[in-house]
Design a protein around this ligand. Sequence first.
Ligand SMILES: [Zn+2]
Length: 286
Amino acid sequence: MANKLSLLGAYGHPDDEQGVSGLMYKYANAGVNVTLVCATRGEVGEIAPGVNATPQTLGQVREEELRCAAEKIGIANLYFLDYRDSGMIGTPENADPRCLWQANLMEVVEKLVRLVRRHQPQVMLTFDPNGGYGHPDHIKIHQAAMIAYFVAGDVRIFPEQIAREGLRAWTPLKLYWGAFPRSRWQKYAEMAVQAGIEMPEPMREFLKRGMPDEVITTRVDVAEFVDLKVNALACHASQMNPDSIFAKIPPEIRKEGLKEETLVRAESRVAPIEEIENDLFAGIDG
Ligand SMILES: [Zn+2]
């Protein structure tokens, strides 16, 4: 399988993949081998009403939900790194020794490097340095993915993976951060106001955190996969709170925002071809 195209996303929780589910489906359909690494099972999140889960079983439930979504999206390889969800910043869960936030960063890197060497992605995806909105697990997996991007191709790093596990050093060519442009948040906010939806204070705060539009380098058209995205997202039933602001946005309006997936080309070992790309593999030969 020489020169096979491969894409690897490193994220924190089940449902984090939704920002890139359209492009993952698009590339999987085009024959790209798609790998999703999920560091935790989201076991600390709130449980949507009516869902058959307890705090004790939530991790298992969310694992199944992600397996359901991954199958719909066409993800060929799904891995959990088996850390515990660290919870929102400032909560006692941040101190749990089993959680990702407390993990030795290089231990996380080693796990990611093993998967990079195994699946040999030309393109990696992860969160931006602030993890989208500051979630500790998003920040930590961002850090680990960045280091893995730089070291996976170096035979001196984790040499036992090469000596004993039969893996080869592998150098990915590009790394992207998912990015939700500020203008799209603002559009959502305007549409919510028009629809008569009251914007709660945490949501107002959230609106300020979008990526400035100028830093977006990559826009992938996934308009034809919007229904697929919504379908895959529906697998995450335990996270579908009917009281959330998202649930209240009319479906037609939400769908409008799902037609394009936007990213920042944070690292690249190939020269950019266009100022604004529409293909993550631009500049990479299959
Ligand atoms: Zn998350």
